[in-house]
Design a protein around this ligand. Structure first.
Ligand SMILES: *Cc1c(COP(=O)(O)O)cnc(C)c1O
Length: 464
């Protein structure tokens, strides 16, 4: 906790209104609930002022998560914050809207209507990953039992660049991680490396459409083809899941020709974050399975709740319906062309930034932002007096949050800066950022000796 520790009860001698001119944290309950509340107005003023200390969301180039929605979406979310999405019987229209969203996504991801794709909303891709991972584990166990083999050593194959939710899945559900390390200039999973780690205990391979490290797409079609070949050679039938947390909402609009989705028979399930390029405020994700066979029946609970029978598959029970409604609002208001336009803008900004940064001289691009509108860059060999961490600090002083982080095992020596371009970043803002980065870089270049090192240079890998 970085906040100062004012003594509890310090406000007892002050009427709240006068106290507003003092430090807000002196008034607020910090460690225990006060006997008497401050009242709505004062609490609102104090909390809203305290939150001014948070960074500017629009200048936050670190996060993938939506920081801007149209004000009408905010209004709709306010109106629906009191609907619990699990009360499907009470709120049948909310339930119907969730179903429409699943259908829209299944169609967007080219599910075959004959196959009857099935899916649900979640709190984000993390919950969706847990559900899709569980489905893989259950199916594997059925396969092993049917073959009369032990089912106690499941493993999952992914790249080492995989988002932390998959490492959580593997630890929480006792699945051995088989993480393919990065190598040289390969920053994500390759087909050959994935297949080399598969055996009869492999519950599945997870391919990532849009690596968080550099925004690149893993070669899903190649991985699928290599797994087809593995099956032809050995009989091993290893399912493929696509983590499309970001790319699930980008590729269909910007790179429709790339085959990564249910067009590929081996792809059994897909997750995506509605609150990333789905353009909704945080709290919504999606999981879709290609057909009923991909989702084992004994994972589905038939909940008899408040008078209705509802099949559900979720880790959570209660949560606000407003998130799903906001997703539907975006689908409805933007349509395909709207999503394409918003994402194309983000991509144009990303490309403008990456080429501007490349031309500055000391930087080398790891990616350009032509897959996800996200790219990573590092300092060229020979830059000795400062690091990417110094660049990140300098930009932070100007208000921009551009994180610097080291790569995982095998490439720990590589430290990069990453920029995530989201809806709401304009070409004008990009030009301002380029100008300020150019100035800061110029100053760092003119140092006549190395900057003193702090411990920050050794921070651990950045994960979101
Ligand atoms: C963000 C992200 C996740 C986790 O998603 P949440 O919606 O934040 O839970 C998983 N995988 C990838 C590739 C991501 O980018």
């Amino acid at each position: 906790m970085a906040l100062s520790t004012h003594k509890r009860g310090a406000h007892h001698h002050q009427p709240p209104a006068a106290a507003l001119h003092h430090h807000p944290e002196a008034l607020m309950p910090l460690r225990s609930l006060a006997d008497h509340g401050l009242g709505e107005q004062t609490s609102y003023e104090l909390i809203s002022s305290e939150l001014l200390l948070d960074g500017q969301a629009r200048l936050n180039l670190a996060t993938f998560v939506t920081t801007w929605m149209p004000s009408l979406a905010g209004r709709l979310m306010d109106e629906t914050a009191d609907k619990n999405i699990i009360d499907k019987d009470e709120y049948p229209q909310t339930a119907a809207i969730e179903e429409r969203c699943v259908n829209i996504l299944a169609e967007l991801w080219h599910a075959d209507p004959e196959e009857q794709a099935t899916g649900c909303s979640t709190t984000g891709s993390s919950e969706a990953a847990m559900l899709c991972g569980l489905a893989l584990k259950w199916r594997w166990r059925e396969r092993m039992r049917a073959a009369g083999k032990p089912a106690d050593k499941p493993n999952l194959v992914t790249g080492a660049n995989v988002q932390v939710c998959w490492e959580k899945f593997m630890r929480y559900w006792d699945v051995e991680p088989r993480l393919v390390p990065m190598e040289g200039e390969r920053y994500h999973l390759s087909a050959a490396e994935a297949v080399a780690r598969c055996d009869e205990n492999t519950i599945g391979v997870v391919g990532v459409l849009g690596s968080t490290f550099d925004g690149s797409y893993e070669p899903i079609a190649e991985i699928a083809a290599a797994l087809d070949d593995l099956q032809a050679r050995t009989g091993l039938d290893v399912p493929l899941h696509v983590d499309g947390a970001s790319g699930g909402f980008v590729a269909p609009f910007l790179q429709p020709a790339i085959e990564w989705d249910f067009r590929i028979p081996r792809v059994q399930s897909i997750n995506a974050s509605g609150h990333k390029y789905g353009l909704v405020y945080p709290g919504v994700g999606w999981a879709v399975w290609r057909n009923q066979a991909a989702l084992p029946k004994d994972l589905i609970f038939d909940v008899n709740y408040l008078g209705g029978h509802m099949p559900t598959f979720a880790l959570n029970f209660s949560r606000p319906g407003s998130e799903v409604i906001a997703q539907y609002f975006m689908f409805s208001s933007l349509g395909r062309e709207g999503y394409r336009r918003v994402l194309q803008n983000a991509q144009d900004v990303a490309l403008r930034l990456s080429s501007g940064i490349e031309q500055m001289g000391p930087y080398r691009l790891l990616s350009r932002g032509d897959e996800l509108p996200v790219f990573a860059f590092t300092l060229k060999d020979g830059v000795e007096n400062y690091t990417v961490f110094d660049v990140s600090d300098r930009l932070r002083q100007r208000g921009w949050l551009v994180p610097a982080y080291t790569f995982p095992e095998n490439l720990e020596e590589l430290s990069v800066l990453r920029i995530v371009v989201r809806a709401g970043m304009t070409l004008d803002m990009a030009d301002t950022l380029l100008e300020q980065l150019r100035e800061e870089t110029g100053e760092l270049q003119s140092l006549d000796g190395p900057l003193p090192r702090t411990k920050r240079g050794a921070v651990e890998g950045f994960r979101h």
